[in-house]
Design a protein around this ligand. Sequence first.
Ligand SMILES: [Zn+2]
Length: 419
Amino acid sequence: MSGQTVPLPEVVRGALTHCQGCGHETLERILDLGHHPPCDSLLMPAQLDEPEVAYPLRFCRCTSCGLAQIDYAVDPEILFFREYPYRTAMTRLLRDHFGVLTTEATQRLGLGANDLAIDLGSNDGTLLQGFQAHGVRVLGVEPTGIADIAIANGVPTVNAFFSEEVADQIVAEHGHASVITGTNMFAHVNNLYPMLRAVSTLLGPDGVFVSESHYLLDLLEDVQYDTIYHEHLRFYALRPLMAILERSGFSVFDAERSPTHGGSIRIWADRGQREPGPRIAEMLQLEAERGLDDGSAFLRFRENVLESKRQLLEILVEARRNGRILGLGAPGRASTILNFVGLGPDVVEATLELDGSLKIGQYTPGTHVPIIEEQAGLATNPETLLVLSWHIGEEIVPKLRERGFKGKFVIPLPQPRVL
Ligand SMILES: [Zn+2]
């Protein structure tokens, strides 16, 4: 942490031996989930006849700085290919959440028509539409083909991987940003420090960087092993996150938790102009109390994951003996559950997505569970639904009961259970 004697990593690629945050060779392997294909690499029918590449997926902790991370970085060109099937606007909860975030940022920072808001990994532009509604100028940066959808929706978007060159180009064309947001992307980039240099280039002198990531404490305590996949290179608690930002010249002045993605941490960082708020010390104390700093929370997590897998297998074997099982949803995180627990179509016959989902007609990576339209699947009267989108299960389960589904729901996490 202090007394940095090793170089900070620039771009991480392939098997990693050094911490992505502090550069030390101090990675402790917590949980080996086996080899997995990239979780969003859904397969078209013809691809089922071809070989499929899988990469190591191992959850680790740095004993020097405490940063949780995986120790294999798949090439971003493989992970974030043009047909990346995830669209922000299709998750209503997320859309509402972004509305609240952009309203708060606009008010808190006093943004107006002269300010530029930039969203990194802007997807289909949903977040930026929140700023647009407040009259703030916006620009998205999105590497995948979904940028086209954002542009069609009236959200100006640069279709590129965010880099120092792209930052220079944006400054030249649009000026500096008053606020830069990065929701659920800060964990994804394989060039953390170059990316933060680019944020620094792009952000005006008094600007604020707002970053939201899945929160490590929620991941560990809720046994959310399904959020461990190759796109998530790092998992953030406040202490290691603050250290990363400080190494890049930023200072965190506020931190808060929010319920999105099964529990998120949102930080507000500037270049030291604003007084740090009381929530920072509170969160650091919480993390220490819960065993994030001494590592005990990680060891409990490992035991809980292994027990969770055994229980889920028991429930599903029993359910399969008594009838058919269909999955509910095909989010990226479902891929980790299916591969880690070993669930193919012999157990989970198919998984359901809402009409209009780009995933329908494809197969889950590694396990090859077909993805079919929800109404058609429910019409076959399966005895059991495995709620793979369990993180939005509270929204889904009552809706399906209303629509007359009389079978059982299996919630796979945190504690596998039958409803
Ligand atoms: Zn470290």
